[in-house]
Design a protein around this ligand. Structure first.
Ligand code: FNR
Length: 383
């Protein structure tokens, strides 16, 4: 029915066929009109590369570092909530695929599998993404759990003090508390492979939270607690508190403004991620790739800069690298792989991106990812 997936779009089509609509839509959705979500992807088309010829293209290398950690290419898996709903045990499978591929995996606070679940099924340290909840005891405890399981970096998300509105989720009834209607039963019944795999795992809720947060006893109280806990008062002082409590490598995620980037650099964090949450928060915000150059100008000499949003090919990775990102993250591309084919699909997504990155780099006349810079850009006009 489907031919071998050659692109991330091929994996997306398969995921749509395999994953129940409400969860496929949850991944493939942006806030409001989705204009920022679309711009994240389409703005990569505004960057034109320089083709070079007759350069020795043998012995190429994509190896580099992100926050000092060796990576086989400058691509990490972004933290994504409910990843375990694209495929049973999704976070464990994605972490294993990332480990085998030599790239970082970032586990979301809002994951289905817990920090401990993922640690139990992997052998190398992964990164943990933190949402700051109002219940600071819970937050402190999460940080301690991430430390105890050996996570090697904390990714602190700054752009979700309140939740952006995603119409597809509302239409699909992904609500608080969850209501199961005949529509949901139908959506699951028409995705039998997904459903069978789900029946075989015991991991179905937010396991970082269930059993750890006060007053959470069942699915309903869990979802109410979660929805009420995002903290609109989050401030730069909290960042300082978290940095001290954590004591390890810290990455600040969700910077889209040069002034905020300067504040972030002052905290002494190890890196920032230029990100608009994959277009899921402020609709009308600029695309990540179009903001990247000015953030690099503002703080590139002070702090390592990463970016995410809209990366759908290895060519996009190279463009971000050329515009100053030390590394990038992919969200939906690996979720589509996961939904389409489980762990194999995440591996496939990473293989597709690696091959495209390598070929594009070679055709730009370059052999070493660490030497990629503005010299490969013919034009980057975002106006
Ligand atoms: C996200 N993102 C996200 N970010 C975060 O810090 N914590 C989270 O729990 C989530 N959850 C989440 C769920 C889903 C389904 C998506 C698609 C995204 C944002 C994510 O980390 C990243 O910023 C974007 O996904 C990057 O954009 P692309 O690669 O999806 O275009």
């Amino acid at each position: 029915m489907f031919s071998e997936p050659l692109t991330i779009a091929d994996l997306q089509r398969r995921a749509k066929w395999r994953v129940p609509k409400m969860f496929y839509d949850y991944a493939d959705s942006g806030a409001w009109t989705e204009s920022t979500y679309r711009a994240n992807e389409s703005d990569f088309g505004k960057v034109k590369l320089r083709q070079r010829v007759l350069v020795d293209m043998t012995n190429r290398s994509l190896e580099t570092t992100m926050i000092g950690e060796k990576v086989s290419m400058p691509v990490a898996l972004a933290p994504t909530g409910l990843c375990g709903m694209q495929h049973a045990d999704g976070e464990i499978l994605a972490a294993q695929a990332a480990e085998a591929a030599g790239v970082p995996f970032t586990l979301s606070t809002m994951s289905v599998c817990s920090i401990e679940d993922v640690a139990e099924h992997t052998t190398k340290p992964f990164w943990f993404q933190l949402y700051v909840m109002k219940d600071r005891d819970f937050v402190g405890n999460l940080i301690d759990r991430a430390k105890a399981t050996g996570c090697s970096a904390l990714v602190l998300t700054l752009d979700l003090q309140i939740l952006g509105q995603r119409h597809k989720d509302l239409i699909n009834g992904l609500s608080t508390p969850p209501k199961f209607t005949p529509k949901h039963v139908w959506q699951v019944a028409t995705r039998p492979f997904w459903a069978l795999e789900m029946l075989q795992t015991k991991r179905h809720t937010f396991r970082n939270i269930a059993g750890h947060a006060k007053g959470v006893s069942d699915l309903s109280s869990l979802s109410v607690w979660t929805a009420e806990q995002f903290d609109p008062k989050l401030s730069w002082d909290d960042v300082v508190w978290i940095k001290e409590r954590w004591g390890g490598k810290l990455i600040l995620k969700g910077i889209l403004d040069a002034e905020d980037a300067k504040m972030a650099a002052r905290t002494g964090a190890d890196a920032i991620i230029v990100s608009n949450h994959g277009g899921r928060q402020l609709d009308g915000a600029r695309s990540s790739i179009s903001v990247l150059p000015e953030i690099v100008d503002a703080v590139g000499s002070e702090i390592e800069i990463h970016m995410d949003g809209g990366i759908r090919s290895g060519q996009d990775v190279l463009k971000a690298k050329a515009l100053g990102a030390q590394g990038v993250y992919i969200g939906r591309p690996f979720l589509y792989g996961l939904g389409a084919m489980g762990k194999k699909g995440v591996t496939r997504a990473l293989d597709i991106i690696r091959k495209e990155l390598d070929t594009t780099m070679a055709l730009c006349g370059e052999r070493n990812i660490n030497e990629i810079g503005h010299q490969i850009i013919a034009k980057a006009d975002f106006d």
